[in-house]
Design a protein around this ligand. Structure first.
Ligand SMILES: Cc1ncc(COP(=O)(O)O)c(C=O)c1O
Length: 387
């Protein structure tokens, strides 16, 4: 393997990843990294090129308005081409990241007394950011069927009070569900009935698997568009989170108060903005390669779970590279993630951090070379057998 040849994903080893020392591969010593939502496949060539060029040209100052315009155009072109969602560049704003987008939504667009309704299991920071912003959090567990997850619409409606905010994550981290148009339309009706809002997180949207179709929430009805704020980024699908750039899609009404955003936009970083532009404009061939590889990983994971963790329940995800494993039947004492870290030297996300429903589950990141994924699950199996 020379520096000139493209690295096949299978050829990247755990040793390589420990040596690089990213977050997933350094926070738990010698434990294999399968927790934080990062992929281990390096960068797409066009993205590498623009970042090298940025350094060569000494572009180290503040964001240029021209790049901001290019990002808006790249964003609307991408969502139009990929999801058939027509957005005006005027309605797109930049932000450093999606969680800042959520904080902005709560700060500028929610009444102080509004509560935040969260379907669980949920992405971990959604469990504490609403409270940090002064809003009560209401967890509504999702319903699990044999091969899918469903929103509990009756419970959501029972939970809703006038002006509350629903947090939609589509594809849904940590369960990987991709919502159908009908589900989104039904949700929109409930939100509308209570004059509520939706914070719509579509950060994982480019990563749909096995033919699943991503439907942007604001595209399902005028009401949905009017009561939602959508946050997205190239950061998950092209692995750019550390470079700091996301996009917020606001409706016309919210745009009127968007002057307040000027300060928040200050946090968007040049490498993030340049790499997001290139990802949207030129990154789809790499993305398709990654999606095909992830589909293969998911298939292998299903086999490995059956072999190594018999009794664990894994509803195959329709999007993203995060697998939700319910390991209750394995009879592990204490937190399953602690057990696998201690006994197996595998770092997983604690399901309990995703809501009360998750305490017998773990989230496993399969966005990694297949031989590493194999090691991860084999180690988990060995830990169970040796206890
Ligand atoms: C669903 C979801 N939303 C938001 C984030 C955080 O995104 P950002 O780094 O842009 O705040 C993540 C990161 O894993 C995520 O999975």
């Amino acid at each position: 393997m020379t520096a000139q040849q493209p690295v096949r994903f299978d050829d990247i080893t755990a040793e390589d990843l420990f040596r690089l020392g990213g977050s997933k591969w350094s926070r738990h010593g010698d434990a294999l990294g399968a927790f934080v939502a990062e992929m281990d496949f390096g960068l797409a060539e066009p993205i590498k090129r623009v970042l090298h060029q940025m350094v060569d040209d000494g572009l180290s100052g503040y964001i240029s308005p021209a790049w901001d315009e290019q990002l808006k155009q790249a964003t609307v072109d991408f969502v139009g081409r990929r999801y058939g969602w027509q957005v005006d560049t005027r309605n797109v704003l930049s932000a450093p990241d999606v969680l800042t987008g959520m904080l902005i939504t709560m700060r500028h667009h929610l009444k102080p007394e509004a509560r935040v309704i969260l379907p669980t299991p949920a992405y971990m920071p959604f469990m504490f950011l609403p409270q940090m912003a002064g809003h009560e959090l209401v967890q509504v567990p999702m319903l699990r069927t044999a091969d899918n997850w469903e929103l509990d619409f009756d419970a959501i409606e029972d939970a809703f009070e006038e002006g509350d905010m629903f947090v939609l994550c589509n594809p849904h981290n940590p369960i990987g569900k991709v919502y159908t148009r009908d589900e989104l339309a039904r949700l929109a009706q409930i939100v509308e009935k209570y004059h509520g809002r939706v914070f719509n997180d579509e950060i994982h949207a480019p990563l749909t698997l096995n033919g699943a179709t991503h439907v942007p929430y604001p595209s399902v009805s005028d009401e949905a568009a009017a009561h939602s704020l959508t946050a997205m980024s190239a950061s998950k699908a092209w692995n750019l989170a550390g470079y700091k750039c996301a996009q917020l899609v606001l409706n016309d009404e919210d745009l009127k108060t968007s002057k307040k955003f000027a300060f928040d936009l200050h946090g968007t970083a040049t490498p993030g903005m340049l790499s997001n532009i290139v990802a949207f404009n030129e990154g789809e061939p790499w993305l398709e390669e990654v999606i095909t590889y992830l589909e293969g990983n998911q298939q292998r994971l299903l086999e490995l779970v059956a072999e190594e963790l018999p009794g664990a329940v894994f509803v195959p995800n329709q999007g993203t590279y995060l697998a939700w494993l319910d390991v209750e039947a394995l009879g592990i004492e204490g937190r399953p993630s602690d057990f696998f870290l201690r006994q197996g030297r595998v770092a997983l996300t604690d399901g309990g951090a995703c809501g009360d429903v998750g305490k017998h589950s773990v989230r496993l990141n399969f966005g990694t070379p297949r031989p590493v994924l194999e090691q991860v699950v084999r180690r988990m199996g060995a830990a169970l057998r040796n206890r």
